[in-house]
Design a protein around this ligand. Structure first.
Ligand code: PEP
Ligand code: MN
Length: 383
């Protein structure tokens, strides 16, 4: 059960203290406090954990300092959607809103190779009015002999260039907790010219200790990718690890599932799960067509499979697209075969826009039909 307290309530406040001592007396119930600092107000939520079936919603709602009460189903307590749950389905970061209604494209390099390519990419993004990108510094590779990313050494020039070209958020995978400190240090050294969304890759979706550590910091939002060989439910529970530790600024990423049934694509494209994740949780949903499709093959009309897959996810309501580009894909150190060319960026963005507008039209259409009286109601009016 979640008690949502009156906005801006302070722990030193008498009402707050009375409420906490009352809750402390409830048998077999533990209270976990979560404070969410927003731009306009600070919200305090109390999670009652334990035998809450014996606690009545009305009784809790009547307590001083309590504004709303949500009885949660067992699944995804913090990030899930529950009955009468009006908690927001968005968060703000770097002046941008990430929610189930917003839409952002994170086009960029799978792996940073050199400053020149980073600059080439960022300049192209600025020319197209883009303010987000992806840049890999820490790369989890199948072979220990493959390029592992430049790590912290590339961070200062990546952040400086981001600042120069007005990039506000960089999605960057981390594979170890020490990378958070390295990112913080580099941002500090460079005067924080940009922001970072920490990415947990598909290989680490169930690295629970990493999830707990990433969840304990609230400075950076997190893009958690679906695990490639586990159920959707298991991946959503992984997201809940982040939130249960305190960080609920979580975007959930679909990137395909490992299965030969998806051949000839690199992974079996799973973007049909976009509305499923939005229904079950309050997380914005990202799609990664590059790692899902994994190649530059195209349909007979000449449209790349990668663009088709993107359109499928976007028309289904995806809130974010993570996509690989490279100035010279044949020379990319990681995932060249799936990279789009920088010259293809305007085409890609326009194609995505068509799908996004189609999604918006579909949502409006749905509203229009939902507001029409049903045949049964019409019959009642007529008789
Ligand atoms: C990536 O985005 O670069 C990546 C490695 O993705 P995934 O974890 O989905 O394989
Ligand atoms: Mn990659």
């Amino acid at each position: 059960m979640i008690l949502i307290l009156t906005p801006n309530i302070q722990p030193e406040n008498e009402t707050y203290q009375q409420l906490m001592s009352h809750l402390a007396r409830l048998p077999n119930i533990q209270v976990r406090v979560h404070i969410e600092k927003g731009i306009e107000q600070t919200l305090t939520e109390l999670y009652l954990i334990g035998n809450t079936s014996a606690v009545s919603v009305e009784e809790m709602r009547a307590l001083p300092g309590v504004e709303r009460v949500v009885r949660v189903s067992e699944e995804y307590r913090v990030l899930g959607r529950h009955l009468d749950d009006q908690r927001p389905a968005y968060f703000d970061y770097q002046g941008l809103r990430f929610g189930q209604d917003s839409f952002h494209i994170f086009a960029g390099l799978c792996a940073v190779d050199n400053a020149q390519n980073v600059e080439f990419m960022m300049r192209a993004l600025k020319e197209q009015g883009q303010v987000c990108t992806r840049m890999g510094a820490y790369k989890p590779r199948t072979s220990p002999y493959s390029f592992q990313g430049h790590g912290r050494t590339c961070l200062p020039f990546v952040f400086e260039l981001a600042g120069k070209y007005g990039i506000r958020v960089i999605a960057m995978e981390i594979t170890h907790e020490s990378h958070i400190d390295e990112i913080q240090d580099a941002l500090y050294q460079t005067g924080a010219p940009t922001g970072v969304m920490l990415q947990i890759g598909t290989r680490n979706t169930q690295n629970f200790e990493l999830l707990k550590i990433v969840g304990r910091q609230q400075e950076f939002p997190v893009l958690l990718k679906r695990g490639f060989g586990i159920t959707l439910d298991e991946s959503l529970h992984a997201a809940e690890y982040l939130a249960s530790e305190g960080n609920r600024k979580v975007v959930f990423g679909l990137r395909g599932i490992k299965s030969n049934l998806g051949d000839p694509h690199r992974n079996f494209v799973d973007f049909v799960h976009v509305p499923v994740v939005k229904r079950l949780t309050r997380m914005p949903v990202c799609i990664d067509p590059s790692h899902a499709v994994g190649a530059r093959s195209s349909g007979p009309e000449g449209i790349l499979d990668l663009l088709h897959a993107t359109a499928q996810g976007v028309i289904a309501g995806a809130n974010m697209v993570l996509v690989d580009f490279h100035p010279v894909p044949s020379r990319a150190l990681v995932d060249g075969p799936q990279a789009l060319l920088i010259e293809e960026l305007p085409h890609f963005l326009e194609d995505v826009q068509i799908a996004r507008e189609a999604y918006e039209k579909r949502s409006l259409l749905r509203t229009r039909y939902a507001n029409q009286p049903s045949t049964q109601e019409r019959d009642l009016v007529l008789t």
